[in-house]
Design a protein around this ligand. Sequence first.
Ligand code: AMP
Ligand code: ZN
Length: 478
Amino acid sequence: MRIYNTLTRRKEEFVPITPGKVGIYVCGPTVYDFIHIGNARPQIIFDTLRRYLEYKGYEVNFVSNFTDVDDKIIKRANEDKVDASVISERFIDECKKDMAALNVREATIHPQATKEIPDMIELVQTLIDKGHAYEKNGTVYFRTRSFKDYGKLSHKNIDELESGHRAEAHALKVSGEDEKEDPLDFVLWKPKKEGEPSWKSPWSEGRPGWHLECSCMSKKYIGGTIDIHAGGEDLIFPHHENEIAQSEAANGTEFAHYWMHNGFLKINGDKMSKSLGNFFTVRDICKQCDPQVFRFFMLSAQYRTPLNFSKELVEDAAKGLERILNGAEKLSGIIAKDNKKPVSDKEKELLETELPKYVEKFDNAMDDDLNTADAVSTIFELIRFTNANTDENSSSDFAKALYDTLFKLCDTVLGIHIERKEEKMDDDFVAEIEKLIADRTTAKKEKNFALADEIRAKLLDMGIVIEDTREGVKWKKA
Ligand code: AMP
Ligand code: ZN
């Protein structure tokens, strides 16, 4: 598989540190509110990466954190007059519900910053001991210039950064960080302010800087060098650049071999974000459309390209997914007949020579820097192939072989269920349907066929078709 590495700015062949195993660290959300659909992009994309690597036979250790101590969480907790942990625990739970709806599998582990404070303090101490960090009045700063590779991920030149920062000298005074040795230095530990969660440390009672948690937790749960580090492209600088500085300065080894960054989900061409207020939560979207449709929409673009969100594009995704579900349903119908027919010579040939071509094409797309857009197109081609080559005379075993391949690519790897979910209908709606059916039966008994037809038409308007059978009236969604 080839992966575009932000570090080298080119696609590189993926070679894991340990053959057969992959360690992936994905920066997770800050939990102060429901996640928005932009936050769902890295979750869906890197979940698909994990699934694909597993399909290729790797054992994947997938670590994704929750940032549960942060200014925004503290602000919300103070507004709601509750402890910060009440806010973070609530939104971790809500985030997990959203992820489950989008069929994003739970990580191997979801570490939380507040549960790893002793390790973070140890990392800060190591950096101080090695001369890469210093303390001033209870705040600990990373000495950025002491790390010679600073800027290697974001491809920024340290001197240009310096002049940018000099212009911000006033801002530094305002933020109380004017005691830094150098404006480029960033915070590793800061003393608490009134009303903030805090922990004891050798420097002050306070809390860790944001970047620290990922350096710490990736090492603890994966190792000093990890295979793949991932997140949204906004994290390249300063978050990931600072993680590299902290980790490599402390450990003396390369932090991560491959850096993958997803492009942004946009809305009307603008970045979707909480601060701009132009966002939809995953929870809202899942009320408006099947979460599977939303996942399918996300996978319809290669992850590095910006993706514009619009109702029309989601509707297109819904139509596309419908074609796949119909194709799968056709195969299921033939399988269900269990007709015990032997696989014909023609079918055997299709399975041996044609079907593998679709699998190969799918794999090639995914091997090319996780090109899910092309992989999805291949699924459509596969559906055209299964539709064209199956009918009521097909053997059930042939249909089963086709179905299994479709399942593996679409359901297992892309995380898109190919079986139509029985939609749970609202109880009141079901009661209304049953009442109308009973009224119609009565009308028929009384030979009031005009009324019976009227009721049938009304049901159809409600999206319900009925069928008179020997066992009584049966109904289903149109
Ligand atoms: P945050 O909670 O802001 O730290 O974001 C969590 C993850 O979502 C990070 O990997 C961000 O890069 C990513 N992210 C935030 N907004 C968007 C967006 N509009 N499109 C894609 N990814 C995003
Ligand atoms: Zn991170």
